[in-house]
Design a protein around this ligand. Structure first.
Ligand code: NAP
Ligand code: GLV
Length: 308
């Protein structure tokens, strides 16, 4: 009943220590696919699906090291194997920090002030209060709800959009096509925390930027392929949008000659908004194995019909 972890040696050392504290003694742990009997592997933890997944004939759960699972080709994963994405406190906390920082930075015009600083320009910008700033989140899942929760005390007007209708105190919850149009038209700061699926690929494009309030800004933390990069550059250069914080791009790493690197009103980070934390991730995986063994629902189980 082995748990096999597929990761680089530095990560493996941190995960070995973390699993040592929480994984039940009767579940052997391995970081070396070559030395384990493939028939013993019931659980596999990996960022990508191994090419030779078919050799694990008794595999029951494929755990993704990341919260997103768009990098897993569903058609290659045997239909009896459950795919579970990472739901763990470290990812959630880091995303709350990153999005709160980005929203406050955009709200207080820091990207514009950096541009002014580069020109030695001492020039205050009129500052709305938080209650006058509308923040909209695409995706009301684990991370979308967590960032809204963290933003709430600042007093922004908060909205969110999801596939299914939701009710969250203090948040205008929207769904469906009409809800999407409303969220886009009323977001001064738009945050994308959607999973990458066929439906969300290329979703944020020129049409969306033309429907957002003039001078709005974007925080892109979902996946790079959701954003039409050229449309963002056009919208910034035409002053339709004022600024953007971009953590995910297509491709990654972004080529050195890509215009995002040098754009004065883009803050670019290398996909670090959230990084899976070994101590809390080991707890999440161990807890899910316990749940599986006890016949309980798994946390983060991917619905293969929705692809997230
Ligand atoms: P999640 O819990 O599965 O939530 C996904 C949300 O998106 C749900 O509210 C879902 O609606 C909504 N949704 C999905 N498809 C939709 C559609 N076609 N139309 C409308 N709503 C749709 O996922 P999560 O844990 O919050 O993570 C979200 C994504 O963040 C991940 O998939 C990953 O790509 C990204 N991420 C990025 C980083 C980073 O470092 N940049 C780190 C972690 C995760 P329902 O609630 O109705 O199902
Ligand atoms: C990171 O992007 C993740 O999906 O966890």
């Amino acid at each position: 009943m082995t748990l096999l972890c597929n990761m680089d040696p530095a990560r493996a050392a941190a995960f070995a220590e973390a699993f040592g504290r929480v994984l039940p003694d009767d579940i052997p742990l391995s970081f070396d696919a070559a030395s384990v009997d493939p028939d013993d592997v019931r659980y596999l933890l990996s960022w990508l699906m191994p090419e030779d997944i078919d050799r694990y004939t008794n595999l029951e759960i494929m755990f993704s090291t990341g919260a997103g699972i768009d990098q897993f080709p569903f058609d290659r994963l045997p239909s009896n194997v459950k795919l579970v994405r990472m739901v763990e406190d470290g990812i959630i906390r880091m995303m709350q920090e990153y999005v709160a920082l980005s929203v406050l930075m955009l709200h207080r015009n820091f990207i514009h002030y950096k541009e002014h600083q580069n020109k030695a320009l001492w020039q205050p910008i009129p500052q709305p209060q938080t209650a006058e700033r509308r923040v909209g989140v695409l995706g009301l899942g684990v991370l979308g709800q967590a960032v809204l929760d963290r933003l709430a005390p600042f007093g922004f007007e908060l909205s969110g959009w999801s596939r299914s209708a939701k009710s969250i105190p203090g948040i205008t919850c929207l769904s469906g096509n009409d809800g999407f149009a409303q969220l886009i038209a009323t977001s001064d700061i738009l945050i994308c925390l959607l999973p990458l699926t066929e439906e969300t690929a290329g979703l944020i494009d020129a049409r969306i930027f033309s429907q957002m309030p003039k001078g709005a800004s974007l925080v892109q933390v979902g996946r790079g392929a959701q954003l039409d990069h050229q449309s963002l550059l056009d919208a910034l250069d035409q002053d339709r949008l004022s600024a953007a914080v971009i953590d995910v791009t297509e491709p990654e790493p972004l080529p050195a000659d890509h215009p995002f690197w040098s754009h004065p009103r883009i803050m670019l980070t290398p996909h670090i908004a959230s990084v899976t934390q070994p101590s809390t991730a080991a707890m999440a995986v161990s807890d899910n194995i316990r749940r599986h063994l006890q016949g309980q629902d798994l946390i983060g189980l991917v619905d293969r019909n929705r692809n997230y």
